[in-house]
Write a protein that binds this ligand. Structure first.
Ligand code: B3K
Ligand code: ZN
Length: 859
């Protein structure tokens, strides 16, 4: 592939930018940007000055105040080169014009519903002005925004507001950020917004002003984000000793945004979906997402902003660490075990799939063509799991010593994953040489475990064998450090091991044998407690072993995992053509549901079968439609066997109200019960679902009922009516309309494809808005019946959509193509048809983003 950038080629910048003065003149259709950079050579060797710039119209360049003639610089589509810059400090001024109105890629400066906003990570700043657009160039920014008086009530940039004046009909607002930062953290906003305000007093007694800027119609949806922000600020002080640094912290909500949110210094910009929440329009899951994302972006102020990345290969340095931090925060705010189950589930059903597919890469990649393609589950979620293993290895207090060392040593610097690991090593006084393979080797490690009980010797022996699979571009890997938290169980419960109920076995060799002495009866081992490592493991269990783990384990994740394994076994059997035997699973579920002490949130998780994507991941060349059918058959069997208990459960939790953890847990369980009841017998439960739909006093119940009806009883007129009613009720709530689109695009039937095509011309749809695309087209991709229909029409539809989207927004196109690229994993019939579409795409003129992904999938 052309234009590959390699980590090994890293060179420090030839120039530094001490101060960056920016002036934006906002006028309809064209924005002028004037920059004045105070620059400094960074070494003695005389080098040309090479600045990044994309889609910019250059009006003028001045060096030390002197305009340069066209002969004195060189301009290409992506670079501005000045051959002989001064060898001492100098100022460089550039005047450029950009067209935010035409910017549908949503990188750089663009407009969303009339509002100006920016997204600069990773390389969007170069679409604003010529710059050294790389994270190791840290500069102090002053930003002036000029616009016609009265046009934009709110004009913001990073840091503190220095002045706000009006002169000759123009408003001029100047901001100054005292903290040096890389260009990817720059932000600017101008629009008709209103702030919701609050305050936070830091541990050392400083008053911080907090503002969330939204459109006036959304003012009633900010309370939760504000509370989450304050909770996150307090948590980071208590758990990491990190205080906020500026006097003001702002969040702005925008409707058109490629990702969830962005941690710009002092001025976070959020996708509305990750900040707005109100029980009438937002589900419980939505509330939890807002809490997590607000915290995540806030935590970046230290893990990312104060200590940033040297280059983009180090992305997991800030993202893995920050996801770990937000995950622990959420665990502290809500149920720790449920959060762990959710994280492990995401790893299994999405990250494992990514890690065995064509874009598999280590958490610290070695090369890329387009960095936007590496904002992946691997860098984020697996990265967080790696930090978690380090935290567990060091223990709570030592990990805190290590993070203190990291933040203090590297404050104000751009550093590497290696710097982070060295702090862990120093503080923990351990050697992490082998552990570093987690940063350099891709693929999900697989551990096979053999068990042997010797009754005479009263010994129980375990043999672990680890295998790191070959992945795209990586073969013959080294054994890794794999911490396996385990317990031994008998009928009475957990057996003491060295005076403790559990033990962590840390695998370092290809094969490891462990012997437990004094074991009087054959125990059932339980592995990977609390999902202690991001791996797959295999051990020969009987149904009775798994049932015992569910019954006796004290670790909730292991109980959940045993239940999942029972389901996986049942589905795999029926995929092989054997009769579906779900008796052990149903027996365990019955016992649990009858157990009045179980947390309803946990019970709700127990009732969810492993995702199709994970089942496919565990199979060899399956046909996704078979997997769908067998999973559904098991679901129906469970639903029918438990019907009465499910109805009781539903009724018991039917009127959970409010936003407490208990109420949310009750709703999760009751809605899962409703879904299964409807699956067992749509006739019998249609009215129940319909009643819930009409009488719900919160969006969780209302949308759960609508989803159950749409997915399980779609032909009935009541369902069609409910869909129409829902749209009528919420057509002015863009985020609810997204759910409405998604509920329809995920309806499991082949005909959904046609319906999606009709919805594309519905007034509710906006083909340029990432949230709408994700709801309709993203929903379709996860819809096995529609996407994998045997005609191949689903694949063709997606390929054509991707081609269209790539013309306007390459980042979104490149993310959306993933399901089409994993054809090698599947049975011949779907695989050939998918490959055909990928080949068709590869013959079109595509963005760099999409080209990289498509090329990798065809190799
Ligand atoms: N750091 C941003 C990522 C934005 C990247 C866009 N290509 C979001 C986050 O992880 O907090
Ligand atoms: Zn992040």
């Amino acid at each position: 592939m052309e234009n590959v950038i390699y980590a090994k080629d890293y060179q420090p910048p030839h120039f530094l930018i001490e101060k960056t003065d920016l002036t934006f003149i906002l006028q309809d259709n064209v924005t002028q940007v004037h920059s004045k950079l105070r620059m400094l050579p960074n070494n003695d060797s005389q080098q040309s000055l090479v600045l990044n710039g994309q889609n910019l119209k250059l009006l003028e360049v001045k060096l030390n105040g002197q305009a340069l003639s066209e002969a004195e610089y060189q301009l290409t589509d992506e670079l501005l080169t000045i051959a002989n810059p001064p060898s001492e400090a100098f100022t460089l001024e550039c005047s450029t014009e950009i067209e935010p109105e035409k910017n549908l890629a949503l990188e750089g400066l663009y407009r969303s519903r009339g509002m100006y906003c920016t997204q600069c990570e990773a390389e969007g700043f170069r679409r604003i002005t010529y710059f050294l657009d790389r994270p190791d160039v840290l500069s102090e920014y002053q930003t002036t925004i000029i616009a016609p008086e009265g046009k934009f009530p709110v004009m913001l940039s990073n840091g503190n507001c220095l002045s706000d004046t009006v002169e000759a009909g123009l408003r001029k607002v100047t901001w100054h950020d005292p903290f040096k930062k890389p260009s990817y953290l720059f932000a600017l906003v101008a629009g008709d917004l209103t702030p919701v305000e609050d305050q936070f007093t830091t541990l050392s007694g400083r008053q911080i002003k907090l503002q969330i800027f939204v459109e006036e119609k959304d003012l009633d949806k900010c309370e939760h984000a504000m509370n989450s922000l304050k909770a996150a600020m307090r948590w980071d002080e208590e758990v990491y000793g990190r205080e906020y640094d500026l006097d003001i912290f702002m969040i702005v909500a925008v409707d058109d945004f490629n990702m969830g949110a962005m941690e710009n210094k002092g001025l976070n910009i959020f996708n509305t979906s990750c900040v707005l929440a109100n029980p009438k329009t937002t589900t419980d899951a939505g509330f939890q997402r807002v809490e997590a994302v607000v915290a995540h972006e806030y935590f970046h102020n230290w893990s990312g902003n104060r200590v940033t990345c040297r280059d983009w290969f180090q992305l997991s340095l800030k993202e893995g660490f920050t996801v770990y931090r937000d995950s622990e925060f959420s665990a502290d705010q809500n149920s720790r075990v449920v959060k762990r189950i959710e994280d492990a589930t995401l790893m299994r059903q999405s990250q494992f799939v990514e890690d065995s597919g064509p874009i598999s890469h280590p958490i610290r990649p070695e090369s890329f063509v387009e960095i936007s393609n590496f904002y992946t589950l691997t860098v984020y979620e697996k990265g967080a799991e790696v930090v978690r293993m380090l935290a567990n290895l060091l223990g709570k207090e030592t990990f805190r010593t290590a993070t203190d060392l990291y933040f203090d040593r590297f404050d104000g610097q751009a550093v590497t994953c290696e710097d982070f690991v060295q702090c862990m090593e120093e503080a923990g006084k351990i050697d992490l040489t082998q552990f570093r393979y987690w940063y350099s080797q891709a693929g999900t490690p697989e551990v096979h475990i053999d068990t042997h009980y010797d009754e005479n010797a009263q010994q129980f022996q375990l043999t672990f064998e680890q295998k790191i699979p070959d992945t795209a571009g990586q073969k013959d890997k080294q054994p890794m450090v794999i911490p396996i938290d385990m317990a031994l169980i008998d009928n009475k419960g957990l057996i003491d091991i060295d005076g403790k109920p559990a033990k962590t076995i840390t695998l370092t060799d290809k094969t490891t044998t462990i012997t437990f002495d004094g074991i009087t009866t054959k125990p059932t081992p339980s592995f990977l407690r609390n999902f202690s490592a991001p791996i797959k493991y295999h051990v020969e269990y009987t149904d009775a072993d798994l049932a015992l783990i569910i019954q006796k384990e004290t670790d909730g994740f292991s109980q959940f995992d045993a239940m999942q394994q029972l389901s996986i076994r049942a589905i795999q059997q029926s995929l092989k053509g054997e009769t579906l035997d779900a008796s052990a699973l149903i027996e365990s579920l019955t016992a649990l549901i009858n157990n009045s002490t179980i947390d309803p949130a946990m019970m709700a998780k127990m009732l969810v079968l492993p995702a199709e994507s994970y089942l496919i991941e565990l199979s060899t060349q399956p046909d996704p439609l078979d997997v769908y059918q067998q999973r559904k058959a098991l679901q129906i069997q469970i639903a029918k066997s438990l019907e009465n208990l499910l109805l009781e459960t539903y009724e018991k939790h039917a009127d959970a109200k409010g936003l407490s953890g208990n109420a949310m847990a009750a709703r999760a369980l009751k809605n899962q019960a409703l879904y299964l009841c409807l699956l067992a017998n749509p006739e019998a439960y249609r009215q129940l679902a319909h009643k819930q739909f009409n009488q719900a006093c919160n969006m969780t119940d209302e949308s759960a009922a609508l989803m159950a009806m749409t997915h399980l009883d779609s032909d009935h007129t009541q369902t069609q009516q409910a869909l129409q009613d829902f749209y009528q009720r919420y057509q002015d709530e863009s985020l609810v309309v997204n759910s409405w689109l998604q509920i329809q695009s995920t309806a499991p039937r082949a005909e959904t494809l046609k319906h999606i095509q009709q919805l594309q011309s519905h007034p509710a749809y906006d083909p340029n808005n990432p949230n709408k695309i994700r709801a309709l087209i993203g929903g379709f991709c996860s819809n096995t019946q529609a996407f994998h229909q045997t005609t191949g029409l689903g694949y063709q539809f997606l390929a054509e959509e991707i081609f269209r989207i790539d013309q306007i927004n390459p980042q979104i196109a490149s993310r959306l193509v993933a399901p089409l690229t994993r054809y090698k994993k599947l049975a011949a019939n779907p695989a050939e048809k998918m490959q055909k579409q990928i080949e068709w795409l590869s013959m079109q003129t595509l963005s760099k983003d999409l080209t990289e992904v498509i090329t990798k999938s065809l190799t």
